[in-house]
Ligand binder design. Structure first.
Ligand SMILES: Cc1cc2nc3c(=O)[nH]c(=O)nc-3n(C[C@H](O)[C@H](O)[C@H](O)COP(=O)(O)OP(=O)(O)OC[C@H]3O[C@@H](n4cnc5c(N)ncnc54)[C@H](O)[C@@H]3O)c2cc1C
Length: 408
């Protein structure tokens, strides 16, 4: 039997195997589909300790539940600091938790965007200034290894990450019996898109604005419900914002919104190019979590008029619940179903054009426009099929949308 991760392909790419390996022989690299995966070059140095397999969430069917798992408490949550709430993806709960725990002797391991390497990466923050780059979701897979290695098991840490990263992290701290030093936070997770999309998207953006020096994934200038917007800035200083979006007095930003056809978001949110494990092995939807706290966007009817942003926050442990209740954010208790309304109930399925899109993404001569066209055409075909099936309902829907647009 193989007792390391050398043959594992298309896993969650959480990097925990590389963190734990006593021989330091495991590397995490992007595979040809644009997802992180372990590689071992010096297999002969493996000491067969199996630690890499023990902490691997992908190799286990069950969840590594926190010790002292309790009945859940679920809330709508938001930061009472307007500036925090404006900048964060939903209500700013992740930042408030980090700020509170920093003031109580914890360090925070979150995700920032590394503009030199064009990647999202885990890092450790020890001050509020250092915590700032963790604000905002980076909707690409993060490289965890350096950040997770820096989270010393003997100190106290808040760790945030995708549910699969957090499940492996829970295995790691249970294995080394240091669970009490950690508070783990995950989020309702859509899945992660291929980094090939991201690289092609950057190439498209850099043609417009020059070498990028700023990237953010959400922008609440026209409200939270319309906040799926890439905001990018490059070295060219004479770029004028062709999308005609208000930019709060900031010049030279390229703002590309999903509602106006942004290609990154169309590809990501249509579930067209997620990791194989996101389709086939995601065991973390709904309330399935190994974290102390799960956060997310509280979409759904209850707060549908809110345009500042509301976070969903679910505590699975007493520690998680106490931390939420002490961190200074506004909290309103709701049943889980209210808090989780609008989240994906099960893992997505691969679309029929998945293989064609995969090949397009793997081809260095193809652009983000080529990839986007595959998805756009498929979506148009689906729309036409729906219209042909029920033309009256389609006409009614069209009229309703038109009236809404005129009234706006
Ligand atoms: C890939 C991805 C998919 C998501 N899918 C959903 C979804 O389907 N439904 C939903 O409600 N919410 C989803 N979220 C979470 C959502 O975007 C917000 O993080 C959440 O609403 C909390 O809001 P906030 O205002 O507190 O957080 P934010 O200000 O967005 O804080 C984000 C927190 O997440 C961490 N983080 C940022 N980027 C990454 C990353 N790439 N990998 C791991 N951790 C990261 C940061 O360290 C920070 O602590 C997703 C996030 C990501 C990164």
């Amino acid at each position: 039997m193989i007792d390391n991760v050398s043959e594992i392909k298309d896993c969650y790419g959480c990097g925990m195997c590389a963190v734990v390996c006593p021989q330091h022989i495991i590397d995490i690299r992007l595979n040809s589909d644009g997802f992180y995966e372990p590689h071992i070059d010096s297999l002969n140095k493996c000491v067969h300790c199996k630690l890499c397999r023990d902490v691997c969430s992908w190799l286990h069917d069950d969840l590594a539940l926190p010790t002292g798992n309790n009945p859940i408490s679920s809330y709508a949550a938001w930061s009472i600091d307007k500036e925090t709430r404006d900048k964060c993806s939903s209500g700013g709960i992740a930042f408030d938790l980090g700020k509170f725990l920093l003031s109580h002797g914890y360090k925070v391991c979150g995700v920032r965007y590394n503009i030199e390497q064009n990647r999202a990466e885990h890092y450790v923050a020890t001050t509020i200034e250092e915590l700032s780059p963790s604000i905002g979701s980076k909707y690409i897979q993060s490289y965890t290894v350096d950040g997770f290695k820096d989270a010393n098991r003997n100190n106290k840490y808040l760790i945030t990450g995708t549910p699969c990263q957090i499940d492996s992290f829970r295995r790691y701290i249970q294995k080394f019996r240091c669970e009490n030093n950690f508070i783990l936070v995950d989020f309702f997770c859509h899945g992660v898109p291929s980094m090939s999309i991201w690289h092609k998207y950057i190439a498209w953006a850099e043609k417009k604005v020059g070498r990028l020096n700023y990237v953010s994934w959400r922008n609440k200038v026209s409200g939270w419900h319309d906040s799926w917007a890439m905001t990018l800035k490059g070295e060219k200083t004479n770029y004028s914002n062709s999308h005609n979006v208000p930019t709060k007095g900031k010049d030279n930003f390229l703002i590309s919104k999903l509602s106006q056809g942004d290609m990154f978001y169309r590809l990501f949110l249509s579930d067209s190019c997620l990791g194989k494990s996101c389709y086939e092995r995601c065991k973390f939807k709904g309330r399935h979590s190994s974290a102390d706290i799960r956060i997310g966007d509280l979409w759904g009817k209850t707060y549908k008029e809110n345009e500042e942003g509301i976070s969903a926050a679910i505590a699975f442990t007493t520690r998680g619940n106490e931390t939420l209740n002490q961190c200074g954010c506004a909290l309103v208790a709701h049943p889980f179903e209210v808090v989780a309304e609008g989240q994906m109930p099960v893992a997505p399925t691969k679309p029929a054009y998945y293989e064609r899109l995969r090949q397009c993404l793997a081809n260095p001569n193809k652009t983000i426009e080529d990839a986007d066209l595959i998805v756009k055409k498929a979506q148009q075909r689906e729309r036409l099929k729906r219209i042909a099936k029920n033309p009256i309902a389609a006409a009614k829907g069209y009229m309703a949308r038109l009236i809404k647009k005129i009234l706006k």
